[in-house]
Design a protein around this ligand. Structure first.
Ligand code: NAD
Length: 476
């Protein structure tokens, strides 16, 4: 089956020592495919000590050296994308081609940071006196702590690790216990390309214990988390109590606005293909589809027909377009949402149930005629369900789209310049994608507002969370 062993990585060493362990399950079969060691307090102390020691020299390293290491990593990731992709399919469930694609895209993230770290510029501020020089420099923030999730186990981890390493920080990462293989691959590759010991440390185990212990440590200067809004709020509260910088990439509930002047076929094709990627377990997944009333029935019909063509199966089967959900708890969450919508009068156009078998398979689902009293319209489904609601005017739909506390991704399809302008300005979201799906590129900022968090990953904004600003004024 070729699933890797899961060690910790501390101070440049892979630690395979006996620890309490947890089973790793394949969501396509619910069979155990490996075990993961749980860090003890002394493992965490060692990781802190090694990250602090490494930071003392890494902060002064040449950007050329950092750039070189990140480029070599990217090259290796591309070369190994098939093998790592297979591991990701085994523990996360997504189709193999999606998993391989995730690894290749991550090579781009590493390269982007490799390029940008050579441009971490300061500035000179004109002084009021000729004998005074005023400059601003940007310095690495220190030892960072990152928690990456299970939906894009490689992508979410490499964004944090690349930004930290490129900025001159050291980092301790805890990936998701459900999908550890991708983070292990990342540590292995950085080790091979010569990242100095201690710059990257990887630990596993109990999330509450690890986050409580590490966030409180005076060694940690920054916390980066991708995951649910409730956990993000808990970690941000703890981090602020100890005055730690945060980047929080949390839940979303992306609105999609389809106006009656849109190219409907193009919109349906782009949206349905994107919706069922990673079985909808994506924080920027298109979710609440608001469709202008005179094209509503046409759109419901076309989306349903297109959704019925999605082939669900084991991610290792090349015919599968959607794999299992990553955990059995996601199945319960989907069933609860569907049941609530049904009871309150929504129409299940297709899907809405589990697919029999050993794995966590759920049918690609379309629900129409939803109302704001239904769970779907309020709680992030984080799964393969499209919900449709009609709207009258663009002003009405903006109020609805902005009704929820989330503000991550949003989408709109219209051929009117006026609508496009009004919608892109009116949506309360960190990202707006109009007439195509164009988010999450290495060179563009990715992040949310409101309950979806703060801070950006990607784009030149990526470094903001990893650098301190220092003002220096000197008199001759
Ligand atoms: P959850 O709220 O239990 O956990 C969310 C994530 O936080 C997981 O990756 C988990 O490992 C981590 N986590 C939990 N407690 C933690 C702690 N004390 N310290 C550090 N990390 C901790 O939810 P779940 O069942 O794993 O996932 C479902 C929900 O999570 C979804 O509804 C979605 O909103 C959210 N989610 C979002 C993203 C994203 O990309 N923004 C990714 C994964 C999950």
């Amino acid at each position: 089956m070729n699933y890797p062993q899961i060690p910790m990585y501390i101070n440049g060493e892979f630690i395979h020592l006996n620890r309490d362990s947890r089973e790793i399950l394949n969501p396509a079969t619910n069979e155990c495919i490996g075990v993961m060691p749980c860090a003890t307090q002394s493992d965490l102390d060692l990781a802190l000590e090694s990250a602090q020691e490494a930071f003392e020299s890494w902060k002064d390293s040449s950007p050329l050296l950092r750039s070189d290491i990140l480029r070599k990593f990217a090259q290796l990731a591309r070369e190994r994308s098939e093998e790592i992709g297979r591991w990701i399919t085994l523990d996360q469930g997504k189709p193999l081609q999606e998993a391989i694609g995730e690894v290749k895209v991550c090579a781009e993230h590493a390269e982007w940071h490799a390029e940008e770290c050579r441009r971490i510029y300061g500035r000179v501020i004109p002084s009021r006196r000729s004998d005074v020089e005023q400059i601003v420099i940007r310095e690495p923030i220190g030892v960072c702590l990152a928690f990456s999730p299970w939906n894009f186990p490689f992508n979410q981890a490499i964004r944090k690790i690349s930004a930290a390493i490129a900025a001159g920080c050291s980092i301790i990462i805890k990936g998701s216990s459900d999908t550890p293989s991708a983070v292990v691959a990342i540590a292995q590759m950085f080790h091979e390309v010569g990242l100095p010991k201690g710059v990257l440390n990887m630990v596993w185990g109990d999330s509450d214990f690890i986050s409580e212990y590490l966030i409180k440590s005076p060694i940690i200067k920054k916390v980066s988390f991708t995951g649910s809004t409730p956990i993000g709020k808990k970690l941000a509260a703890l981090a602020s109590l100890h005055m730690k910088q945060c980047t929080m990439e949390l839940g979303g509930h992306a609105p999609v606005i389809i106006c009656d002047d849109a190219n409907i076929d193009k919109a349906v094709e782009a949206l349905v293909g994107y919706k069922f990627r990673n079985a909808g377990q994506v924080c920027i997944s298109p979710t609440r589809f608001y469709v202008q009333e005179n094209v509503y029935h046409e759109v419901v019909q076309k989306i349903t027909q297109r959704t019925q063509k999605i082939r669900v199966g084991n991610g290792l089967d090349s015919q599968s377009q959607m794999g299992p959900l990553a955990q059995t708890r996601r199945i319960s969450a989907m069933l609860k949402i569907v049941e609530d919508a049904k009871q309150k009068g929504a129409k299940i156009q297709t899907g809405g149930d589990v697919i029999d078998g050993k794995g966590n398979y759920f049918m690609p689902t379309v629900i129409s005629d939803l109302t704001n009293e239904m769970d779907f319209m309020n709680d992030e489904p984080f799964g393969p369900i499209i919900g449709l609601v009609p709207f009258k005017t663009v002003d009405d739909v903006l109020l609805e789209a902005n009704r929820l506390p989330f503000g991550l991704a949003s989408y709109a399809f219209t051929q009117s310049l006026e609508n496009s302008h009004k919608i892109s300005r009116g949506l309360e979201a960190g990202m707006v994608s109009i007439n195509h799906i164009g988010l999450a590129l290495a060179e563009t900022p990715f992040g949310g507002i409101k309950d979806s968090g703060f801070g950006s990953e990607g784009g030149i904004e990526s470094f903001d969370g990893y650098l301190n600003t220092k003002f220096i004024t000197k008199m001759n």
